[in-house]
Design a protein around this ligand. Structure first.
Ligand SMILES: [Mn+2]
Length: 335
């Protein structure tokens, strides 16, 4: 049985500041190539690692075009929700989002936490599970999100998750989960989205951990300048698992799509920001990355109750929803 895995498509109508091409056209060209790979390689099921949309309330015309395009796919698409797909990093808001609309059409089927989907093919039984992104997914208790159990009689298990799964520690002060911390999972293949740079295909103790990186490059960082967007082809037979990364033919070198002047400016800004944050840290205050990180830091330092943090995030989600309804602009950005 053949699967194709892609992640972080971030469908949006606006052009990221870093790009100089027609971003929307580029994105659709990529999606069309994904569809033709699906057909050429006789893929049975497509898996999406989340952040299908860049924001929970993208315009109906974008959703309509996406639906029209996905109709050509002719195979089921299973997905988990990313942080960009929902309000306030809270998957319980899905029903109020465009991803929720998509799910209701059946064009994309969301895998709910705890849900198990089974495929039987040529005498093998495959189990598919999924985990949406939620606030704190990479904090304590992360094993519950990342590590799954295989049902009796299942030959292979795939787990799809939108979380900060990394192959090596990150230098920044953000929450993440290392592959080595989740080796007790019974999933033969863990497919992860969220970390846009990706880490490719890693095999440890006969288990695969996979993140091809985002389908579209958004951030004008040096690593994104050299990275080529790719999808993963996963072939499971009774003889075992074959995995390969397929770089998209339509993807152009970074210097052709990124505004390099902007890149220089951004790295200058990043450097200034780093200096600023360092300055703050030196005074023993907080390090600021985004609104959720601020809450997380405050919670840690002031020993806040989990309920307080939950309430704060709920209110941020509500504020995001209200503000985005009011003027259609993304006010509070979470990476
Ligand atoms: Mn993303």
């Amino acid at each position: 049985m053949r699967f194709l895995f892609l992640t972080d498509t971030h469908i949006r109508g606006s052009v990221p500041q870093s790009r100089k091409d027609n971003f929307y056209e580029t994105l659709y060209e990529k999606l069309r190539e994904v569809i033709s790979i699906t057909h050429d390689e006789a893929v049975d099921v497509v898996l999406h690692g989340g952040d299908i949309f860049d924001r929970p309330d993208v315009s109906p015309s974008l959703v309509r075009e996406f639906i029209m395009l996905m109709k050509d796919l002719k195979v089921p698409v299973y997905a988990v929700a990313g942080n960009h797909d929902v309000y306030g990093q809270n998957p319980s808001t899905i029903t109020r989002t465009m991803l929720g609309v998509l799910d209701s059409t059946g064009i994309v089927k969301l895998i709910n936490p705890g849900e198990k989907i089974f495929f039987e093919d040529n005498g093998i039984k495959i189990q598919l599970t999924g985990q949406h992104y939620f606030y704190g997914i990479d904090n304590e208790g992360k094993e519950a999100s990342y590590c799954i159990k295989k049902d009796a009689g299942v030959d292979f298990a795939i787990h799809l998750i939108h979380g900060m799964l990394l192959d090596k520690p990150f230098f920044q002060e953000i929450s993440y989960t290392l592959i080595e911390d989740i080796l007790k999972t019974e999933a033969d293949v863990t497919l992860s989205g969220h970390y846009h740079t990706g880490f490719g295909i890693i095999n440890i103790q006969n288990k695969y951990f996979v993140n091809p990186g985002s389908l579209i490059r958004i951030d004008s960082t040096l690593s994104e300048l050299t990275r080529m967007p790719a999808v993963i082809l996963l072939d499971i037979t009774k003889d075992g698992i074959k995995i390969q990364k397929r770089i998209l033919k339509c993807a152009r070198p970074g210097h052709e799509v990124f505004d390099c002047k902007k890149l220089e400016m951004d790295s200058f800004k990043e450097q200034k920001l780093a200096e600023f944050v360092q300055g703050l840290n030196a005074t023993g205050k907080y390090s600021f990355t985004n609104i959720s990180a601020i809450i997380e830091q405050l919670a840690k330092k002031q020993d806040l109750d989990a309920k307080v943090v939950e309430e704060a995030l709920k209110r941020i989600g509500q504020a995001q929803e209200m503000l985005s309804r009011r003027d259609g602009e993304e006010i509070l950005e979470v990476s």
